[in-house]
Design a protein around this ligand. Structure first.
Ligand code: NOJ
Length: 540
């Protein structure tokens, strides 16, 4: 606890202006803070509403900071809260340097950052560089005429040539839009008689990062938030920014290019010039861990990258062994520090995917026991599953409403929000007494399990930064050991419904269990079905 306690105390005295003058903690001087931190993703729309419009806001996040500090996470990632027409619920940004009135004001953002720091929590914000909103003034100008100042900030192309054809003619290439694969990733602009590219919605035109003016403007955005005090960025679909745009119907889908890597080196240089170690974690949505590894460059591109194959893996021991091995084989040799995530705002929650509360509880100790930086998604600590969305309540063009259901903080009809009828239906746990307040007094609750695991992770350097070694285990069980400076923790996970016997039979005692058992209890080698545990040497 000492390291963590020490850091917390020091951070609590920071204000953005003062922060650069403080000397880093000796541990952190050697290891950047984000290698042993646990991140917590907040989807602001769904976190907590304080003004009664049914949509969460920054004041709601501020209100829950004591809860988050007590939970034991180290850093918050805030999904977009910028002005936006909300076609993609904020991932269509109309102004990178302000706050949508739905969420509050820039002053609320500034206060949130300061107050989070006072609670020992770092803050990273979402940076959406691949596309803007079609309502961003840059695009409004760009589409006004072919000679507009911002025209070449976006990707405009003439129609593909067809003999004797009339306008518009076919789109320049065969790329499909991400949420509507039957539609082209191009929209015809009748006024200026060209197509513009949008890998996502037509309301999300792609920026052209081959244009140095775009690079400069986006660097300005990063500086704006760094100067306001943020500790880094989660970068949306970052592998797309330097894509080539080949012409022709049968071209391969967008791919990262050397330009993408060059642009990332530029962003890294900008961040590294700030003395307080700001970081960036990229959403590299590529299902090859080998390719993900390339986005770390030679330690001069992304600090961290998401690696999604584990999130899509079934809850089975061989599948997880393979995903963990892939990380060891592909990331370790190039010095790339891994990340781990089970849930986010784009996918069904793992409680829903794994099917049972026991599976979700077992997964916590796996997630927080792997070697790398874990990312939690708000509400997973309460064991929430996805809301059932009736057809007339569907709002997301990508079909992701279920995992974005509002967080039930309390009992009653409004669950701690200002209205009983927020922008999306409540998750099923809300009506079943699974809200945060109800879990508070229950030591067997999911909330207590997360708190116990996060506290143990901070007590044990082995879990935060230690080495990884597989241990022998029965077929449906995975077992591994983490070790740092003589601190040792074994992680055991039973993926099967049936109990397992003979799991690390000798020399261990219980530290945290997803089922039952107090810390310090002698370990018998028996692991219940769908359960996991952290063990420490008996001699400790
Ligand atoms: C990835 C984000 O996570 C997702 O929510 C969004 O729809 C797309 N990028 C487009 O920005």
């Amino acid at each position: 606890m000492a390291t963590k306690g020490g850091r917390r105390e020091r951070v609590s005295t920071w204000t953005p202006g003062e922060r650069e003058a403080k000397a880093p903690h000796p541990d952190e001087a050697q290891r950047p803070w984000w290698t042993s931190a646990v991140f917590y993703q907040i989807y602001p729309r769904s976190f907590l509403d304080t003004d009664g419009d049914g949509v969460g806001d920054l004041a709601g996040v501020r209100q829950r900071l004591p809860y988050l500090a007590r939970l034991g996470v180290d850093a918050l990632w805030l999904s977009p809260f910028y002005p936006s027409p909300m076609h993609d619920f904020g991932y269509d940004v109309a102004d990178y340097c302000d706050v949508d009135p739905l969420f509050g004001s820039l002053e609320d953002a500034r206060r949130l950052i300061i107050e989070a720091h006072e609670h020992g929590l770092r803050v990273i914000v979402d940076f959406v560089p691949n596309h803007t909103s079609s309502e961003h003034p840059w695009f409004v100008d760009a589409r006004s005429s072919r000679t507009a100042a911002h025209r070449d900030w976006y990707v405009w192309r003439d129609p593909a040539p067809v003999a004797g054809g009339t306008l518009p003619g076919p789109p320049p290439n065969g790329w499909a839009a991400t949420f509507t694969p039957d539609e082209p990733a191009w929209t015809w602009d009748a006024e200026t008689e060209q197509w513009y590219l949008h890998v996502f919605l037509p309301e999300q035109p792609d920026l052209d990062w081959t244009n140095p003016a775009v690079v400069d403007a986006m660097h300005g955005v990063l500086r704006f938030w760094l100067d306001l005090g943020v500790d880094g960025f989660r970068i949306d679909v970052v592998h797309y920014i330097g894509k080539d745009v080949p012409l022709g119907a049968d071209v391969p889908p967008p791919e990262a290019t050397e330009l993408t890597h060059e642009l990332l080196r530029g962003l890294r240089e900008l961040l590294d010039a700030y003395p307080r170690q700001p970081m960036m974690v990229g959403e590299v949505f590529i299902f090859s861990t080998r390719q993900v590894a390339t986005f770390y460059g030679r330690g001069d591109e992304l600090h961290l990258s998401f690696n999604f194959p584990p999130l899509y893996a079934p809850w089975e021991a061989p599948a997880w062994r393979k995903r963990i091995d892939r990380v060891i084989e592909e990331l370790d040799p190039v010095g790339a520090w891994p990340t781990w995530v089970l849930s986010n705002h784009d996918n069904p929650r793992h409680r829903t995917r794994y099917g049972t509360p026991a599976g979700a509880r077992a997964a916590v100790l796996l997630l927080l026991g792997t070697r790398g930086t874990p990312f939690l998604y708000a509400g997973e600590e309460l064991g929430l599953s996805d809301a059932v969305i009736p057809p007339d309540r569907v709002v997301d063009p990508g079909g992701r409403d279920g995992c974005r259901a509002p967080i039930p903080w309390e009992g009653g009809a409004a669950h701690g929000w200002q209205t009983a009828d927020p922008w999306l239906p409540w998750p099923p746990e809300a009506a079943a007494g699974g809200d945060a307040a109800a879990q508070e007094p229950d030591p067997g609750s999911s909330l207590h399990l997360y708190r116990a695991a996060l506290a143990a992770r901070h007590r044990h350097p082995a879990l935060g930064r230690g080495s990884f070694r597989w241990l022998e285990s029965p077929p449906d069980v995975l077992a591994w050991e983490r070790e740092a400076d003589g601190d040792r923790v074994a992680v055991v996970v039973n993926f099967a419904d049936a109990p397992a016997d003979g799991v690390l039979p000798d020399g261990w005692k219980l530290e945290v269990s997803s089922t039952a058992g107090a810390p310090g209890q002698a370990w018998t080698g028996q692991l219940p079905g769908s359960a996991s545990a952290w063990l420490v040497p008996e001699s400790l």
